[in-house]
Design a protein. Structure first.
Length: 265
């Protein structure tokens, strides 16, 4: 109630942080908090609804995977959609609140691309003409790192950047939030590149292994008997493909010098 108090024009960051801490500390927190926030977001008082949306976004940043799972369910998304829909509260919700709700849902489609229900909910709003065009996200918008993150994520392994990010996100200054946003984007890009490299390495090693295994089988047969014309052609194709992959394997090995397990493979 204090964090969403409509009589206070400015965000009460101390109360908002305490709410997030309570969500994290309470075993039922991640499932109860979205229900409480949905009720406040549907408030006929504009300031209460806007404060509640700020609390919601702060929880998305600070309350982890279990909270993310709850907001990605249709049960919660439908509560946000009611604020926009003329069948429910859309006729009396203020334009400012509706604009923020649209922005929130759209930002989640960007930051949680793996959550199909969020994408479906947003596409439905566009299909029904409730959302005419994608909102432009402001530069100082607090954007959460994606969750769940892979092991050895850059968010976990780069301690210096993680500490800086945590400090910037706690700030209420616009320029700090802009800096946090830029830092998150660069870390996300770095993580995506790292993930793509790993994926390429796994795929290449898998393809080489399959090719070599098939070549071994054909060569074993060749020791015992003459190979058929089609088997000879297959053997040649496999050989040429492996020759093409050889320089790529060398490059992948040089990129994996600091990762003993990957290098071993």
């Amino acid at each position: 109630d204090k964090a969403t108090d409509p009589s206070v024009p400015e965000e009460n960051w101390e109360c908002i942080q305490r709410f997030c801490d309570r969500v994290n500390a309470d075993i039922e927190g991640p499932s109860l908090a979205p229900k409480l926030l949905a009720h406040k977001i549907q408030s006929p008082q504009e300031m209460e609804a806007l404060h509640a949306l700020t609390v919601l976004e702060t929880c998305v940043n600070n309350c982890g995977e279990r909270f993310h799972n709850e907001i990605a369910k249709f049960r919660f998304l439908n509560q946000l959609i009611k604020v926009l829909s003329p069948k429910y509260y859309g006729t009396w919700s203020s334009e400012k609140v509706k604009s923020r709700v649209t922005e929130v849902i759209f930002s989640w489609t960007v930051w949680f691309p793996q959550e199909v229900k969020i994408r479906d909910a947003y596409q439905m709003l566009k299909k029904q003409g409730i959302v005419k065009e994608d909102p432009k996200l402001p530069e100082d918008k607090i954007l959460p790192p994606p969750s769940p993150r892979p092991q050895n994520s850059i968010f976990d392994t780069d301690e210096e950047k993680s500490k800086l990010l945590a400090r910037l996100l706690k700030s209420s200054h616009s320029e700090d939030l802009q800096a946090a946003n830029r830092l998150i984007k660069s870390m996300i890009k770095e993580e995506q590149e790292k993930s793509a490299k790993v994926s390429r390495r796994v795929d290449t090693i898998s393809e080489v292994s399959e090719n070599v295994k098939r070549m071994d089988e054909l060569l074993e047969n060749y020791k015992r008997q003459e190979l058929s014309k089609s088997d000879q052609e297959t053997l040649q194709t496999l050989f040429h493909r492996c020759e093409k992959l050889r320089p790529l394997l060398f490059r992948l090995a040089s990129e994996a010098v600091d990762d003993d397990e990957a290098l071993g493979k």
